[in-house]
Design a protein around this ligand. Sequence first.
Ligand code: ATP
Ligand code: TYD
Length: 237
Amino acid sequence: MINKGNLLSEGKAKSLFETDQQEKLLMVYRDDTSAFDGKKKEALKGKGEINNKFNAHIMKYLEDNGIQTHHIETISENESLVRRLDMLPVECVVRNIATGSICRRLGVKQGLVFEEPLFEFFLKDDDLGDPLINDNHIIAFKWGTADEIEIMKEKTLIINGLLCKIFSEVGLTLVDYKVEFGRSGGDIILGDEFTPDGCRIWDKETGESLDKDRFRKDLGDVVESYQIVAHKLGISI
Ligand code: ATP
Ligand code: TYD
């Protein structure tokens, strides 16, 4: 039995609480949804529960395939217990197909399929609008070491192979996504979440978006689309 302690942080979609065990945190998935650096916001009923269960399923699959994650266990419909990490202040983005910010930034044709997955770092800083950064920035500003950069890249690309496989097997394309890592006892561990809030998933046949783009673009049926993906992956909600 774990007791909920002080609120440690309240992000845009999740809240983190301390517990009576120093090294464990309680992650609460809220229904709050935001886009465009928090300028568009809405509470989408049931999203917290779906994301909590979705994330647990993905984290377990990654663990079973050799990727260390912070996930310990799901303890309620919208809460999970995780290992406390010292988060690196960067977002690791992998793109299999060009869409979103890379098209706006570089004029790349929407839908271009990359021969090799493309890796990018973004700085986690809402006030600056999460800018694109490179390895040299991370080292110069001591956001991470050269070793940590290599480990994050290596793990993110292994995760890509593992996830592309399970999505593809059920008729879905994993277009792009963001993951975050943290330090714990000398290891670099996958933290935060993997849910349709932080990735793009397209139906292979129709090309339909089944992820947070539905919210960004006002396409409707946001939670229903997350549910479709969860159902296809065999996640019971
Ligand atoms: P976004 O990540 O979308 O830019 P945010 O920071 O508001 O926005 P939330 O998902 O609402 O994100 O908040 C979760 C916060 O918890 C993030 O700052 C994340 O880095 C942090 N976090 C995730 N996992 C852990 C962990 N195991 N230990 C400590 N902090 C964590
Ligand atoms: P990207 O195309 O860079 O951004 P945008 O959503 O503004 O077009 O995002 C690439 C993928 O990474 C996309 O699936 C969303 C995810 N992502 C986040 O969830 N949070 C972030 O802070 C960033 C930079 C990306």
